[in-house]
Every structure is written in structure tokens, then in C-alpha cells.
Write a protein that binds this ligand. Structure first.
Ligand code: NAI
Length: 343
């Protein structure tokens, strides 16, 4: 079994080589992303293994199918970068639904605390022996209201962490969890009541740019936004305007709409062409990390183990527990219902 592994970084290689200890699979690591132009690198392989910024569009899918590749193994949870509707009936898609929800939820809180207690500013100051406190005033989280959008695995852990801080929790989810003890509200109410809003839902056509000029206007003045989910949930241009108008108090971003052009690469010493990103980074109340929330030892090891297990399961069994298709979100339990592959 041969796997073409795209967008490989050193930390990926280490964890996959470790997980593939008995050399069960032949893994060919490519630093390049999977695109129409790089598809041919997968010639002779059975599986392509891809990450969040590999754009698995129709053209790429057609090329993979032509090369008899049977499986797209995502080594991430979100699958918005794969045209799964087009893939249906042509090539199967598996993912890693959970590798460490704690990693992402804890990173969201790390960003929030850094931002509101100005740790990023204080760190630079004391490195330069500047011990002044001017401009570093923060605010207590205790007693503040946090609005959580998406109460799945990561959202719930984030809620637990916030409870530990004595915060009031309100949430919105398209499919609210019964008996969770969470106070669900409409999105309109969440925008109006929350001091802090954290996004933990998948990106879909329906919620693309759910944060836009109109919804920003409905939020509390000074609201803090945290996005560790997917960049395109937020209209980045509207975000810049909202911050300039002082409507948004701070933004903590681990993801960004156009991140695929820059994130995961070292552009220090280069001129970055993306003016919106450059503007955001220049703002004192914006913190950007480059899709780092998942990056813990535990998560990397779980990602590698589950991805290789997914591949084994797909070729050996009738049933792939972690397969996704475009019908899954509507039917929710579709695979469990028919107990076999999605098609
Ligand atoms: P999950 O599937 O456990 O939970 C997602 C929740 O969102 C579910 O409760 C679902 O009902 C809800 N939802 C679906 N559509 C919605 C909508 N339109 N509006 C509001 N809620 C909606 O997923 P999990 O593991 O909690 O991950 C959440 C997201 O976090 C992923 O979709 C992914 O985009 C992102 N993520 C980011 C990582 C990072 O490194 N920054 C790493 C892993 C995931």
C-alpha cells in the first residue's frame, strides 16, 4: 500500500514515521501541496494524504480518479477543502474526526488570555527591560458572558474551561445538544449578549462570512472574537473595518480566510502581498497564530495513528468509521445506519 503524503512538514514526518513503525505502508512525503499541477506525484499510489490547505477540487479529484487512487485520507477534522459532493461515487474520503479537542480549546483560551491581559505586549517589553505598565490594563474574565458558536467536541471543552473561569456561557448550534445544560440562544441573541465570542463550528456554504458588517454591528461594543475554526467564517475586510471603528475590541485568529497562501510558511524577510492580513497583524489588539491550535504532541500522534488506521480499515473492511460524504451532515448518522462505506 503506497501513500502520497502532501504538504508534509517535519513534525508530520516524525509522527507518521513513528506511527508506521513496522513500515506497513510505503509513505512518500512531498512538501508541496496537492494541486492540479502536483497531482501526478501520486502516480502509482493507492492513497493521497492531505491537510487543511490542500485544495481538493473537481479537477484534482478527476486526476486522482484517472490514476486509480481510491482514497483521500485527510489528516484533519474539517473537510471544507474537499469537494465531497463531486467526490461522491468517484473516490472515498476519510478524516480524523477528533485528535485532541483539548489542544484546540486550550489554544483558544491561550489566545484570549494573551490578548486581554496584553501578554504579547508585556513579553516584548520586559525582553527590552521596559517594565512600564502603561497601556497593559486588561479585564477580568470572571462574570463575563462568552458566546460559543458550535458546541461539538471542541466547543464543549472550551465551555468547560470558561466555566472554570466563572464566566457565563451562552451558545448557538445548528443541532443543539439535548440535556447538555448549555443555554442555547439564537445567533441574534448571542451577538447582542456576548462579551467574547468563540467559533467552534465547521465552515459550510451556509455560514461562510457569518461574521460580516451587518452581524458585527449587532455585537456589543468592544467584543472580543476568537476564531480557531475556519477563516472564512469571518469576512476579514469587515473585521478590519469593525476594529477600526472600535466596535470590535480584539480579535484572536488562528485561522484566516486566505491563509492557504501564507500560513505554514516562513515569509520573514519577504513582502507579504495580502494587505488585509498585513493590516490585521499591524493592529495591537489582533493576535494571529498560523493554524497552530492543533499542534500538540498528543494531537500529532493521534492524527498519525488514526490516519493510518483509516487507511487500513478502508482497504480491509466493508465499513470505514471515519468516512465522510456530502450526505453525512444531513443524515447525520448515515454510515452507522447502513453499516458500510458511504457508496
Ligand atoms: P464537531 O463536529 O465535534 O462539532 C461541530 C459542532 O458545530 C457540532 O455541534 C455541529 O452541530 C455544529 N454546527 C454545524 N454546523 C453549524 C452551523 N452552521 N452553525 C453552528 N453550529 C454548527 O467538531 P469539532 O471537533 O468540535 O471541531 C470544530 C471545528 O474546529 C472543525 O470543524 C474545524 O473547522 C475546527 N478545527 C480547527 C483546528 C485548528 O487547528 N485550528 C483543529 C481542529 C478542528
Amino acid at each position: 500500500m503506497k501513500i502520497a503524503f502532501f504538504d508534509a512538514k517535519d513534525y508530520d514526518k516524525n509522527s507518521f514515521i513513528r506511527a508506521n513503525g513496522d513500515d506497513r505502508y510505503e509513505i512518500v512525503f512531498y512538501e508541496t501541496r496537492l494541486t492540479k499541477d502536483t497531482c501526478r506525484l501520486a502516480e502509482g499510489c493507492d492513497v493521497v494524504c492531505v491537510f487543511v490547505n490542500d485544495d481538493v477540487n473537481r479537477e484534482v479529484i478527476d486526476e486522482l480518479v484517472k490514476m486509480n487512487i481510491r482514497l483521500i485520507a485527510l489528516r484533519c477534522a474539517g473537510y471544507n477543502n474537499v469537494d465531497i459532493e463531486y467526490a461522491y461515487g468517484k473516490i472515498h474520503v476519510v478524516r480524523v474526526p477528533a485528535y485532541s479537542p483539548y489542544a484546540v480549546a486550550e489554544h483558544a483560551m491561550a489566545l484570549l488570555l494573551t490578548s486581554i491581559r496584553r501578554i504579547h505586549k508585556a513579553y516584548i517589553r520586559t525582553k527590552d527591560f521596559n517594565f512600564s505598565l502603561n497601556g497593559l490594563t486588561g479585564f477580568d474574565l470572571h462574570g463575563k458572558t462568552v458566546g460559543v458558536v458550535g458546541t461539538g467536541k471542541i466547543g464543549r471543552i472550551f465551555i468547560d474551561i470558561c466555566r472554570g473561569f466563572g464566566m457565563n456561557i451562552i451558545a448557538y448550534d445548528k443541532f443543539p445538544a439535548a440535556d447538555s445544560g448549555i443555554e442555547y440562544v439564537t445567533l441574534e441573541e448571542l451577538w447582542a449578549r456576548a462579551d467574547i465570542i468563540s467559533f467552534h463550528c465547521p465552515l459550510t456554504d451556509e455560514n461562510r462570512h457569518m461574521v460580516n458588517a451587518s452581524t458585527i454591528a449587532q455585537m456589543k461594543k468592544g467584543v472580543v472574537l476568537i476564531n480557531t475554526s475556519r477563516g472564512a467564517l469571518i469576512d476579514a475586510e469587515a473585521l478590519v473595518e469593525g476594529i477600526k471603528a472600535r466596535q470590535i475590541g480584539a480579535a484572536c485568529l488562528d485561522v484566516y480566510e486566505e491563509e492557504s497562501n501564507v500560513f505554514f510558511h516562513d515569509y520573514s524577510g519577504h513582502i507579504v502581498d495580502d494587505d488585509i492580513l498585513a493590516r490585521l497583524i499591524s493592529m495591537p489588539n489582533v493576535i494571529v497564530t498560523s493554524h497552530q491550535a492543533f499542534l500538540t504532541e498528543e494531537a500529532l500522534s493521534n492524527i498519525a495513528d488514526t490516519t493510518l488506521k483509516n487507511v487500513g480499515e478502508f482497504f480491509e473492511n466493508e465499513y470505514s468509521a471515519n468516512e465522510v460524504c456530502y450526505k453525512c451532515p444531513q443524515l447525520k448518522e448515515c454510515r452507522q445506519e447502513h453499516n458500510k462505506k458511504c457508496f
